[in-house]
Write a protein that binds this ligand. Structure first.
Ligand SMILES: Nc1ncnc2c1ncn2[C@@H]1O[C@H](COP(=O)(O)OP(=O)(O)OP(=O)(O)O)[C@@H](O)[C@H]1O
Ligand SMILES: [Mg+2]
Length: 267
């Protein structure tokens, strides 16, 4: 049967091409609150537990807590812990904002201007320090960062393959296909989609969402990562998500390819 709506292959998508991953991954989402930090943290902990020196970056973080003169980026702190990284939060997050707004809006309110050169400098520093770098985006691909640029522009500059985190339930088909379509048009290389159950109930759409995404795309669809009740401490949450994601066979394949890449000499 001819599938007229199937997305054409996006560069770097098939299982065989996973080994092309260039010692890092950019974790974006279909939206805010879909589980980017939880998934990025799980991956960071899996790699770090395998003895891989993994670094993390969350270049922009909004809604940071004020502590004296400093702003504390919560996601960055979570990722740092998950990766067991000792990098300073200022390097992990060069642009922390107090207001819970898109970075462009938050920067305007504080009369700052986001400078991509500053983000790139921190990125290269972190890449030098670690064997593998996990970068978490903010919101989704089209989040504005400056008057002219959005998150997608930054992803293309960093030249990292993208792992897309999406909700497993109702609404995800539209959001996921829109994100993949938009990214593909601009030349993004997607490594896979990880579905995440962000609500306690499984939901009727979960199974068909998975199947339809597999049918319409050429990228690995992984998951869903099950919903978990909060475990009482950040460390327990990280460990829980590590185990849950680590049990997924397709994710295991992806990991094996990353490890192959890491065994190859640096380019
Ligand atoms: N599988 C899950 N089970 C239970 N809770 C989850 C799960 N995934 C995410 N959450 C919770 O949902 C909330 C949002 O998750 P998370 O912070 O990872 O999203 P995000 O996409 O990184 O959001 P942001 O856009 O703010 O960075 C958090 O409270 C997180 O603990
Ligand atoms: Mg986050």
């Amino acid at each position: 049967m001819k599938r007229i709506n199937r997305l054409p292959p996006i560069s770097g998508l098939s299982l065989k091409r996973w080994q092309k991953i260039d010692r890092g991954i950019f974790v974006t989402g279909t939206d805010t609150g879909v589980g980017k930090t939880v998934i990025a943290g799980a991956i960071a902990r899996i790699l770090s537990s395998e003895g891989i020196d993994v670094g993390v970056m969350k270049p922009f973080e909004s809604g940071c807590r004020q502590s004296g003169e400093s702003l504390i980026p919560r996601d960055a702190a979570y990722l740092k812990r998950a990766a067991r990284s000792d990098d300073p939060l200022q390097l992990i997050t060069p642009y922390p904002f107090k207001e819970p707004l898109a970075p462009y809006a938050a920067a305007m309110r504080t009369k700052k201007k986001i400078d991509f050169a500053r983000v790139l400098k921190a990125f290269h520093q972190l890449k030098e320090r670690h064997s593998f770098l996990i970068v978490e985006g903010v919101g989704g691909l089209m989040v504005p960062l400056t008057a002219e640029k959005d998150l997608l522009d930054l992803i293309l500059l960093l030249k990292l393959p993208v792992l897309l985190v999406a909700r497993s339930g109702l609404g995800t088909l539209n959001h996921t296909l829109l994100t993949l379509g938009c990214g593909r048009k601009r030349g993004v290389s997607f490594a896979g989609v990880i579905l995440n159950r962000t609500a306690p109930k499984k939901g009727l759409s979960e199974k068909s969402n998975f199947e339809i995404l597999e049918e319409r795309t050429d990228i690995p669809i992984i998951g869903p990562l099950p919903y978990f009740e909060k475990k009482g401490s950040i460390e327990k949450n990280i460990e829980y998500s590590r185990k849950a994601l680590g049990r997924n066979p397709l994710f295991g394949d992806m990991l094996a390819h990353w490890k192959d890449t890491l065994r190859q000499p640096s380019r």
